[in-house]
Design a protein. Structure first.
Length: 158
C-alpha cells in the first residue's frame, strides 16, 4: 500500500539530473543518460507563504488544511521533443491516492481487516493518470489545473 507521501517521493526520484526549468510551482528535468524529460509540479497554497506546517497529534487535526488555498493552473511548454512521443501524467490530491482520508473515513481502524486493507490499497494506488502525446511541432503544451496540496508528475514511460 502506498501513502500520498510515497507517491510524492517516487515522483521526485524520477526526475533527471539536468535542470531545464525551475519555477515557483515545479521543475522540468532531463536525464543526461537517457535524454528522458520529466517534471514535478505542485500546488503549495499561497496562503501558507513560506510557513511550514504546524505539527499535529492526529490526522483529524490536519484535515482543515485541505480547504486552504485555491486551485492553480500549471501552464508550461516543453520543446525539442520527439513528435508522437507519450508522456504519462500522475496526480495525487485530495480525491486521488489519498489513502489517509480513506482510512479516516473507515473509522479509522487501528487494526484494519483484510477487506479494509484491500480497499485502502486500491485507494492508495488510484492516482489521476492520463497520457499526453507530443504533437508534430515537438512542443508539449502543458495546461493542468492542480487542486491545493496536489503534486503532479510528468514523465516519459519506460
Amino acid at each position: 500500500m502506498h501513502k500520498p507521501t510515497f507517491h510524492a517521493l517516487t515522483m521526485l526520484e524520477r526526475l533527471g539530473d539536468r535542470l531545464l526549468l525551475a519555477t515557483s510551482d515545479g521543475v522540468v528535468t532531463r536525464d543526461s543518460r537517457t535524454s528522458a524529460v520529466s517534471a514535478v509540479f505542485f500546488n503549495y497554497p499561497d496562503d501558507m507563504g513560506m510557513k511550514g506546517l504546524r505539527a499535529q497529534n492526529s490526522y483529524e487535526g490536519t484535515r482543515a488544511l485541505a480547504e486552504m488555498g485555491p486551485s492553480r493552473r500549471i501552464r508550461h511548454s516543453i520543446g525539442g521533443l520527439e513528435p508522437g512521443s507519450a508522456f504519462l501524467v500522475e496526480i495525487v490530491d485530495w480525491e486521488h491516492g489519498n489513502v489517509a482520508e480513506a482510512w479516516y473515513r473507515l473509522g479509522p481502524p487501528l487494526n484494519p481487516s483484510r477487506a479494509e486493507i484491500e480497499h485502502l490499497s486500491k485507494v492508495a494506488d488510484s492516482l489521476l493518470r492520463f497520457t499526453l502525446t507530443v504533437p508534430g511541432t515537438g512542443v508539449l503544451d502543458l495546461d493542468v489545473e492542480l487542486a491545493p496540496w496536489a503534486v503532479m508528475s510528468l514523465r516519459q514511460p519506460a
